[in-house]
Write a protein that binds this ligand. Structure first.
Ligand code: ARG
Ligand code: ZN
Length: 881
C-alpha cells in the first residue's frame, strides 16, 4: 500500500515515454499467498529519445525475485529495484531488447482490492487506474499500448476456470494436479485493461451475431447455483450490443465476450478488454431478490462496460487527466441506451435528480474540480460524479449544439481518426468541430471551469408591441484554485407556452443565437427579444435539462403550475413541480427552525395530487412527481448555515399536508396500480410499482398507523414491493412491533443472500433521527456484517453517512466522530473505500456553526491518524483547505 503522501501530478508535465513497449508476455503461477508472475517485455528506445535515458518502471509493494536482460541474468550494477520502482540503465540506443521480470505477490493479503486479489476463493484483478503495477514492474500509464499474451498455471481442482483478455489459444494439463491456459489479445491495450480471473464458477452461455455476421460467444460467470440470476444481465448485454451497432455503428471485435461477477469489488464494474469484471450486485437479479432499481442499474452498467469497448478500449486516454474522455462519453452512451429501452423523459428526470443530488453538491464544495482536472495527488479520488455525470452532461450539450446527425458525424470521425490511439479531450472536441464546421472553443470551458453556473433570468411582456423580452445573466461561482471564470456557452432549450397550452410561434428574435428550440447563451449578460407574440407567454427554460446549470428565476407559482400541467416536455413538467415545491420547503425549513408553524400552499398540494391522479400520464412519471425534493435538495437550495433537523421538520410538515389532502387519491392509486400476473422488470410494470409504493408512503402518513404497510409487506410477491413496504415501516414506524417483526422476517428469509441483507442494512441505517447511530453500531456487530466486503460497508456505514441527513449530522457531532473512527479503521485495509465514504462529508461547510465545528474536528482526528493512505489524506486535505 502506498502510505507515503503522493506527489502532485500536473497535466502540464505530460511527456511521452522514452521507450516503446512492443509486446507483453505474462505467465502467472497462481497460489493464494505466493503467486509467481513472470513478465517478458520487449521494448525499443523511441526515435529521438535521449540515448542515455534509463528505463523507469512503476511498481507498488513489489518483491522482485529475478531480472533477465535478453534472457541473461541482469548485471546488478545496471538496475535499482525498490517496492515501487525498477530503474534499468545502459540500454540499447535503438534495437529492441527484452526484459524478463519475476515478482512474487500475495493475492490473499491484498485487501485493497487493487492488482491481483482473491474474492471468495476466486482470483481476480482490478488494474484501473494503477493496479497493474501491483502485479509486475511496468510502464503503468494509459498511453503505453501493447499486445498481450497471458499464460495461467493453477491448481486444476480449485481453479478449473482460467480466463484472461482476448481469444482463447489453448490449454493442457501441467502435472501435479495443475493445468494451464493461454490467451492472446490481438488489440493493443494499456495495462489498466488487463484482467485475469481463475476459480470455480458457474456459467451462463449465449451467442450474438454481429451486424457483419460474425458469431460472438457470450459468457457470464457467477457463483455456482446463481446462474439463473444472470439471465437479465445476459439479456441486457445482447440489447447493448445491438444498440451500439444500430446507433453508433460499432461492432464487437473479438470471438468471445465474458463477464465475471465477484463479491468483493471497490466500484461498480470494470471494462477489461473482452473480460469485464463486475461487482455481483450489478449482475445478479431475480424478482424475489432484486428491485426494479436493481434491474435498471444492471441494464445500465452492463451497457456502460460494454460500450467502453469502443469508448475507452479501442480509443483510450492519453493520461488520467483525460478520464472524462472515456467516462463522461460512456455514461452519456449508457444514458441514451436506457432512454431508448425505457421512457426517455422518466429516465431524464432520474438522471437529473441524481446529478443534482450528487454532482451539484460536489461542485459547490471543497472537492469541486473541473471535468478535466489539471492536477491530482491520488487518481482514485477522481472517479467522481463530476468526471462521470457532469462529463456526460457536457457530451450531451455537444449533441444539443451540433444536433443528432452532427453528433453521429463527429463520433464517426473520432473513431476514424483515433481508433488505436490514446487520445485527449482536445482530440475529441476537434472531431465535432471538424465534422460540423463549428467552433467549440468557448464551449470547451465546460471541461476546464469547475462549479455549477448560475443563470439568473427575468422577463417582461409588452402587450402593445407583442414583444417578450428575456434577460439572462450567467455567473460561475468560485471553486478551489479557480476564483475568476469566463462566461461559458450554455445551450438552453426553451419554449414559450401560451395560455391554452400551445406554443407561441415567434416571428423574429434579436439578441441571441437561436437554433431550433435552443437558445445559445454565450455572454455574461444577454437580453433577447421575441416579437410577434400574441399574448403573455409562460417561459419554459432549460427543457430536458439541456444545460447542467442552476436557474435563478422567480417564476410565479401560477406559471409553474401551468407548465406542470401543460408543457409538451414531461421533464419540464416535473421540473416545474419541483420549482413549485422547493421554495415552500425552504420556507418550511426556516419556519421550523424559528419554531413557527409551517403552512403549505394548497396550490402546490393540488397540482401534485392532480398530476398523481391523472391516468393519462405514465405511472413512472407520476411516481417521480410525487417524490418531493429531498432533504439534501433543500439543503443545497438553502446553501449555507444549514440545520438538517429543521429541514426535515419543515419537509415533514409539507408532506403531511399533501398526504392528508390527497389521502383519497392516494388510496385509489394504491388499489388501482397493483401489477397483474407474473413479475416482469420492464419499465411499464416498474412504473406501476413505483406509483403504488409512492402512494403507500403518503398513506402511511395520513393513516398514522403501520397497518397498511404491514399488510403490503405481508402480501408482496417481489423485492420491489417488499423492500418499499419495509422502508415505510422502518422509516415511519421505527418503534412499532409490526416493524420489528417485518425486519426480522426479512432478515431470516434472506439470511444467506448478502446482497439482500445489504438492503436490510441500508433501510435501517437510513432511519431518520438521533437513534440512527446506535442502530448502525448495533448492526455492525451482526453476524451478517463484515468490514472486509465493500458492499457491506457501503450498505451500512456508507448509507448512514450519505443518505441519513438527520441521523448522521447529529448536533452533538457523534455521527462525524463515528465516521472518523471508521475511516481510520478501514483505511489501512482498503484506502479507496475509506476515501470514497469520507466524501459523504463534502458539504460540511454548508452546515450551521455547531455542526461544522464538530465536522472540522472529525477531519482533524483523521488527519492526525498514523500512516494515512494518500487516498484519505488527499481528501482530508482538500476538505480542510
Ligand atoms: N472504468 C470503470 C468504469 O466503468 C471504473 C473503474 C474505477 N476503478 C478505480 N479503481 N477507481 O467506470
Ligand atoms: Zn466507465
Amino acid at each position: 500500500m502506498r502510505t507515503e503522501n503522493g506527489q502532485i501530478i500536473h497535466l502540464a508535465d505530460y511527456r511521452q515515454t522514452d521507450f516503446v513497449l512492443e509486446r507483453v508476455d505474462l505467465t502467472f503461477e497462481l497460489d493464494p499467498t505466493e503467486t509467481k508472475v513472470e513478465a517478458r517485455l520487449i521494448f525499443h528506445r523511441r526515435e529521438g529519445a535521449d540515448t542515455a535515458a534509463p528505463l523507469v518502471l512503476d511498481g507498488d509493494e513489489l518483491v522482485m525475485t529475478g531480472l533477465l536482460f535478453d534472457q541473461m541474468e541482469m548485471d546488478a550494477a545496471r538496475y535499482d529495484a525498490t517496492p515501487d520502482s525498477l530503474t534499468i540503465r545502459d540500454l540499447p540506443a535503438s534495437e529492441p531488447f527484452e526484459i524478463t521480470i519475476t515478482t512474487m505477490i500475495n493475492p490473499e493479503a491484498n485487501t485493497q482490492l487493487m492488482g491481483l486479489y482473491r474474492s471468495n476463493g476466486v482470483y481476480c484483478t482490478q488494474c484501473e487506474a494503477e493496479g497493474f503495477r501491483r502485479i509486475t514492474y511496468f510502464p503503468d500509464r494509459p498511453d503505453v499500448l501493447a499486445v498481450y499474451t497471458v499464460n495461467i498455471i493453477a491448481d486444476k481442482a480449485s481453479c478449473p476456470l482460467l480466463l484472461s483478455n482476448g481469444n482463447f489459444l489453448g490449454g493442457a494439463g501441467y502435472g501435479e494436479g495443475k493445468h494451464f491456459a493461454a490467451w492472446f489479445d490481438p488489440h493493443p491495450k494499456p495495462s489498466y485493461l488487463f484482467a485475469l480471473v481463475a476459480g470455480d464458477l458457474g456459467v451462463v452461455e449465449d451467442a450474438f451475431t454481429t451486424m457483419s455476421g460474425r458469431e460472438v460467444t457470450l459468457k457470464i460467470y457467477v457463483e455456482h447455483g446463481k446462474e439463473a440470476r444472470a439471465a437479465y444481465a445476459m439479456d441486457a448485454l445482447k440489447r447493448s450490443m445491438k444498440w451500439d451497432e444500430e446507433v453508433f455503428g460499432r461492432e464487437y471485435d473479438l470471438d468471445i465476450f465474458m463477464i465475471v461477477a465477484v463479491s468483493d469489488f471497490n466500484m461498480g464494474a470494470m471494462e477489461n478488454k473482452g473480460l469485464n469484471v463486475f461487482n455481483d450486485k450489478y449482475v445478479l437479479a431475480d424478482p424475489e431478490t432484486a428491485t426494479d432499481q436493481d434491474y435498471a442499474n444492471i441494464e445500465a452498467i452492463i451497457a456502460h462496460e460494454y460500450f467502453h469497448n469502443w469508448t475507452g478500449n479501442r480509443v483510450t486516454c492519453r493520461d488520467w487527466f483525460q478520464l472524462c474522455l472515456k467516462e463522461g462519453l460512456t455514461v452519456y452512451r449508457d444514458h441514451e441506451f436506457s432512454a431508448d429501452q425505457r421512457s426517455r423523459p422518466v429516465k431524464r428526470i432520474a438522471e437529473v435528480r441524481h446529478l443534482k443530488s450528487e454532482q451539484f453538491p460536489e461542485d459547490a464544495g471543497p472537492l469541486a474540480h473541473p471535468v478535466r482536472p489539471t492536477k491530482y495527488r491520488e487518481i482514485n479520488n477522481f472517479y467522481t460524479t463530476t468526471v462521470y455525470e457532469k462529463g456526460s452532461e457536457v457530451t450531451r450539450m455537444i449533441a444539443t449544439i451540433v444536433g443528432k446527425d452532427g453528433f453521429k458525424k463527429g463520433m464517426d470521425l473520432y473513431f476514424e481518426r483515433h481508433d488505436g490511439d490514446a487520445a485527449t479531450i482536445e482530440d475529441f472536441v476537434k472531431c465535432f468541430e471538424d465534422a460540423n464546421g463549428v467552433d467549440l472553443a468557448q464551449f470547451s470551458l465546460w471541461y476546464h471551469q469547475a462549479g455549477t453556473p448560475l443563470v439568473s433570468v427575468s422577463c417582461a411582456y409588452d402587450q402593445a408591441k407583442g414583444e417578450f423580452t428575456l434577460s439572462l445573466e450567467q455567473m460561475i461561482p468560485p471553486t478551489p484554485g479557480q476564483s475568476i471564470k469566463e462566461p461559458m456557452h450554455i445551450p438552453l432549450r426553451f419554449g414559450l407556452l401560451l395560455e391554452d397550452g400551445s406554443e407561441a410561434k415567434v416571428a423574429a428574435v434579436s439578441g441571441a443565437d437561436i437554433t431550433g428550440d435552443v437558445l445559445h447563451l454565450k455572454e455574461r449578460r444577454q437580453t433577447v427579444t421575441f416579437s410577434g407574440i400574441p399574448s403573455r407567454p409562460v417561459l419554459v427554460l432549460n427543457r430536458s435539462f439541456s444545460a447542467p446549470v442552476n436557474l435563478h428565476f422567480e417564476q410565479a407559482p401560477a406559471d409553474l403550475a401551468h407548465i406542470a400541467r401543460h408543457d409538451s416536455d414531461l421533464f419540464s413538467r416535473w421540473q416545474a413541480l419541483n420549482d413549485l415545491a422547493l421554495p415552500s420547503l425552504v420556507e418550511a425549513a426556516s419556519k421550523a427552525r424559528a419554531g413557527e408553524t409551517v403552512e403549505t400552499s394548497a396550490m402546490l398540494a393540488d397540482t401534485l395530487i392532480a398530476i398523481a391522479g391523472d391516468e393519462n400520464l405514465e405511472p413512472a412519471f407520476r411516481a417521480q412527481a410525487l417524490a418531493l425534493p429531498s432533504e439534501s435538495d433543500i439543503a443545497r437550495e438553502l446553501g449555507s448555515n444549514n440545520d438538517p433537523d429543521a429541514i426535515r421538520t419543515g419537509r415533514e410538515a409539507v408532506l403531511a399536508f399533501i398526504a392528508n389532502r390527497g389521502a383519497e387519491v392516494f388510496a385509489t392509486l394504491f388499489e388501482r396500480h397493483r401489477t397483474q400476473g407474473a413479475f416482469t422488470p420492464d419499465a411499464a410494470n416498474a412504473g406501476q410499482r413505483a406509483l403504488r409504493n409512492a402512494a403507500l408512503s403518503y398513506l402511511a402518513v395520513s393513516d398514522g398507523t403501520p397497518a397498511r404497510a404491514a399488510e403490503a409487506f405481508a402480501s408482496a410477491d417481489n423485492m420491489t414491493d417488499l423492500s418499499a413496504a419495509l422502508t415505510v415501516l422502518a422509516h415511519r414506524f421505527p418503534a412499532a412491533t409490526e416493524t420489528a417483526q417485518a425486519l426480522e422476517s426479512f432478515r431470516a428469509r434472506f439470511a444467506d443472500n448478502a446482497l439482500v441483507i445489504d438492503k436490510w442494512f441500508a433501510i435501517q441505517s437510513t432511519i431518520p433521527g438521533d437513534g440512527a447511530l446506535a442502530r448502525v453500531q448495533a448492526l455492525m456487530t451482526s453476524p451478517h456484517f463484515t468490514k472486509s466486503n465493500p458492499n457491506r460497508v457501503r450498505a451500512l456505514v456508507g448509507a448512514f453517512a450519505f443518505s441519513n441527513p438527520t441521523g448522521f449530522n447529529r448536533a452533538d457531532g457523534a455521527g462525524y466522530r463515528f465516521l472518523a473512527e471508521q475511516i481510520l479503521e478501514i483505511d489501512p485495509k482498503n484506502p479507496q473505500l475509506a476515501a470514497r465514504i469520507l466524501t459523504s462529508m463534502r458539504s460540511w461547510r454548508a452546515l450551521e456553526a455547531v455542526r461544522s465545528d464538530h465536522a472540522r474536528n472529525a477531519f482533524r482526528t483523521i488527519a492526525a491518524g498514523e500512516k494515512l493512505s494518500s487516498d484519505v489524506s488527499d481528501i482530508v486535505e482538500r476538505m480542510l483547505k
